[in-house]
Ligand binder design. Structure first.
Ligand code: GLY
Length: 375
């Protein structure tokens, strides 16, 4: 029997637990019930997730006498915008959801971010519970209180920091994901080892295949350790004035690649993070911050996992190095016109810097593109 693990997020006055383990959805009523002031909740979810998990969630709530109403939104990144936000907010108001009530976000990162933002702004803030259904959401987006939507100007440019009251990360829900989605989420798991825990990365080198294959104990450990690391960083820097930027390891490259591939199925976010981590380590080695063995080790692990590793693994054409660098310049992590990178002094030793000559980034990208055999 696989253990249930609890990771506390001890933000003063807004403490909450991230509970990790198999079978938690069936315990949702018992676990959410004690937080309620009256026996009803509102659930926001999407069509794909609802087909698998909405029935079991409402049954688990009903078993503890909690009535639930649900709004099912379309699946996909396009949902994370003004139109569906306004639909969700209007629905919560029509449902007469009050200040003391709880909204449950049942889904991946899109639903978690949108529902969290809706909860942040309805009646100036109501509580919400995250029930993340993807590996990416369990290890990253459901924890730490970043909520928001995309606009025509870019991703996540409108939002609020609004911490959940509880996160139920039911690892058995991951069984319904495609192998590709599991590996994309694994990109964020690996990122946590690379940025701050060399022993965890070494554990992943050994146990990553078991995590991907669905071994229950390996999945719980991978999610638990990722959440512990993220919670520790969020405690130090909730609103990303400093250390929280470490969680963006691989993301400056990733955002350029996502923009270059039109945020399409050509490259999932977690895949871009994995390729971006490999490039961030290449850049770190080129600038003399870490040994050349480190990027080689990152790439070897990605390849062993059967993950996208190199630019050549991204189907279709990519811009040239200058074009990719320009796309990085549109990232919201640019401060005073200077690109901010997360680099590493070794596996598990990341740091944030704006001291990166653009020529070095160009060289890394040119080398990576040359391996494509293109211009
Ligand atoms: N996903 C990065 C953060 O939560 O800060």
């Amino acid at each position: 029997m696989t253990d249930i693990r609890t990771v506390p997020v001890a933000l003063p006055g807004r403490e909450y637990d991230v509970v990790v383990g198999p079978g938690l959805l069936a315990e949702a009523g018992a676990r959410i019930g004690p937080l309620l002031r009256r026996n009803r909740v509102a659930i926001l979810t999407d069509e794909n997730v609802a087909a698998h998990h909405l029935g079991p969630l409402t049954e688990a709530l009903a078993a503890e006498g909690v009535a639930a109403s649900a709004l099912t939104l379309p699946a996909g990144e396009a949902t994370k915008g003004w139109a569906q936000l306004s639909r969700a907010v209007e629905w919560l108001l029509t449902e007469k959801i009050e200040r003391g009530d709880i909204v449950i976000a049942l889904g991946g990162g899109v639903i978690g971010d949108l529902a969290g933002f809706a909860a942040a702004i309805v009646r100036r803030g109501i509580r919400f519970v995250q029930v993340p259904t993807t590996l990416l959401a369990q290890v990253d987006s459901s924890v730490g209180g970043k909520t928001g939507i995309n606009t025509a100007q870019g991703k996540n440019l409108v939002g609020a920091f609004h911490q959940p009251s509880l996160v139920l990360a039911d690892t058995s829900l991951l069984d319904t994901l495609s192998a590709r989605d599991v590996l994309a989420g694994y990109g964020e798991v690996m990122k946590h080892g690379l940025l701050g825990d060399a022993a965890f990365f070494a554990w992943l080198e050994e146990n990553g295949p078991a995590v991907a294959a669905g071994d229950p104990a390996a999945r719980v450990r991978a999610v638990e350790r990722s959440v512990e690391m993220k919670a520790g960083i969020v405690l130090r820097d909730e609103t990303e004035q400093g250390d929280r930027a470490l969680l963006n390891l691989g993301h400056t490259f990733c955002h350029a690649l996502e923009a270059a591939t039109g945020y399409s199925d050509r490259l999932l976010h977690g895949e871009g993070v994995a390729v971006g981590c490999a490039l961030a380590f290449e850049l770190s080695a080129r600038l003399g911050h870490c040994a050349q063995e480190d990027p080689s080790r990152v790439r070897a692990h990605l390849k062993a996992m059967g993950m996208k590793t190199d630019l050549a693994d991204i189907p279709g054409e990519l811009p040239d190095a200058r074009g990719l660098l320009d796309l990085m310049g549109q990232d919201k992590k640019v401060i005073d016109g200077r690109l901010r990178f997360v680099l590493a002094r070794g596996i598990g030793a990341a740091f944030v810097t704006s001291e990166v000559p653009p020529e070095a980034v160009l060289e890394v990208l040119e080398e990576a593109l040359a391996a494509l055999g293109g211009p």
